[in-house]
Design a protein around this ligand. Sequence first.
Ligand code: HEC
Ligand code: HEC
Ligand code: HEC
Ligand code: HEC
Length: 455
Amino acid sequence: MRAWTACIALLAAATLLAGCERPPVDTVQRGYRGTGMELVYNPRTEIRVAEANQAPPVTEPAGSDAGPKARDIYKNVPLLGHLGVAEFTRYMAAITEWVAPEQGCNYCHDPANMGEDSKYTKVVARRMIEMTQHVNADWKPHVAATGVTCYTCHRGKAVPLQVWFKAPPQNNGANFIGDRAGQNSPMQMVGLSSLTYDPYSLYLLGDNPIGVGATTALPTGHVASILHTEQTYGLMMHMSDGLGVNCTYCHNTRNFKTWEGSPPQRTTAWHGIRMARDLNNNYLEPLTKSFPASRLGPLGDVAKVNCATCHQGVYKPLYGAPMAKAYPELLVSASAQAKVADGLPPPTAEALRSVLYFGVGSSTLEGEQAKGLTLLIATLVSRPSAKAAISGYHSASGELSANQQLAKDRAVKVRDSLVAAGVAPNRVLLDKPLQAEANLSGEDPAARRVEVTVK
Ligand code: HEC
Ligand code: HEC
Ligand code: HEC
Ligand code: HEC
């Protein structure tokens, strides 16, 4: 009998410790001596992580792009038409390796008609190309010159290994407890702690303030509730897990809140949070309707990005391998290219604000400018009580009364585009700007604009 009890006890101990790693571990000092800022590594798990995070070899760039451009030969290349044909072909081969090596070109293409957009994967891929360019061109405070390629997230798989969906409520039935929110059941996404699950919906979508302590004595503005506190810790567990580091990688744990004594990595992480939100709010969520139902989560939402999507357990994705610079077409954002094309600034296309620019004396939206309202329309569709306020502006040159009429015509034109896209007319307001002229002298392209904000 006693032997049995001992056996069971041993078994129980082995099961309990199965989640632990075998010592010895290495520590690396991260801050001044005496601050306890140490990073703990296990060399044995580190080897496995390192093996899984090697960048694939890059092919040589095609070099000179003299000769025909892709747009001269192909019919449906709005995004990559400016590339030379050789570079275009190299790029198609590379994205096939990164995203669909087993399925090949036909994962996105109908082989009978390569120019057709009949597969959802091609529609998604086009937006993904824009997203990758946007990360590399506009999120340098986070990705620096290292940048990202499709491989950073996809690693040779159509669906990146680490994505997240909104978690369905865990109802307890008709008792007092209500939604358990994942409490007391270890969840992978919060580093196997028993914190409330799904910190992502709160912090990696929208733009909720993160934090556990109020900054003022009285509850003005953001109130850090127990929920926010738990979710903040949940997010921090994910960030640590996603990067394979301890809290001390970004904090002097004497005081988690203060930025004094935090290593510079915390600032990089701060930008990373904003970047993940931007990708989820402005790129992935608006693609929801493009995906087949089988790709959506239990609540019908699209797969979204968190820190682990790129980092996959490493402090810099692929240990900082500078893959992106070998693919120049991934580094420039499409809107920057458009600027070169027609001399107008690229439209600002954000979920809550659009700025569109017009040619001299013109009230027509042309080229890239015509696409600048897409995200805003998606917001208006998803938030039926929100309204759009539209203000038209003109440049300083020319006669004032004609210019004022022009500014109004521009605003009306944008209002008509929104109504044509299905937004109810009573949700679109013309808002006379306080100052019609942009304080810019002469014929400045930045002055000839319409600003639309969601309220
Ligand atoms: C992950 C999706 C994806 C894969 C895989 C892919 N492509 Fe494409 N392909 C695209 C997208 C997106 C475009 C449109 C680019 C643009 O908008 O400028 C495109 C356009 C093209 C076009 C221009 C067609 C036309 O007439 O407009 C050709 C040719 C092409 N791809 C060849 C290939 C080849 C060859 C392969 C395999 C080596 C391949 N693609 C793999 C996404 C993909
Ligand atoms: C920041 C991470 C990230 C980067 C970089 C990225 N993707 Fe994606 N991609 C995603 C996520 C998240 C999804 C949604 C997963 C799903 O399909 O449900 C996705 C989905 C896709 C799909 C649809 C696959 C399917 O079977 O449903 C294609 C095709 C795709 N990406 C192509 C690309 C291409 C091409 C690039 C590079 C130009 C790229 N992606 C770069 C995160 C990324
Ligand atoms: C990769 C960097 C990084 C790691 C690792 C990290 N944090 Fe954070 N932490 C941040 C950043 C950045 C903020 C500020 C977030 C913001 O304001 O958007 C923050 C904020 C916090 C806050 C909120 C402070 C306030 O303002 O009220 C707490 C608490 C916190 N972290 C605890 C932790 C704990 C505990 C761990 C380890 C489990 C951890 N952090 C790991 C970067 C990190
Ligand atoms: C789109 C891909 C992507 C996503 C998503 C992403 N990162 Fe990063 N991150 C990178 C790249 C690339 C670098 C390397 C930059 C460099 O070489 O300096 C990096 C670097 C960092 C660093 C600096 C590491 C160091 O030692 O200098 C921190 C900290 C970091 N990321 C935290 C985060 C956190 C936290 C999140 C989630 C909120 C996140 N990242 C999401 C791509 C990403």
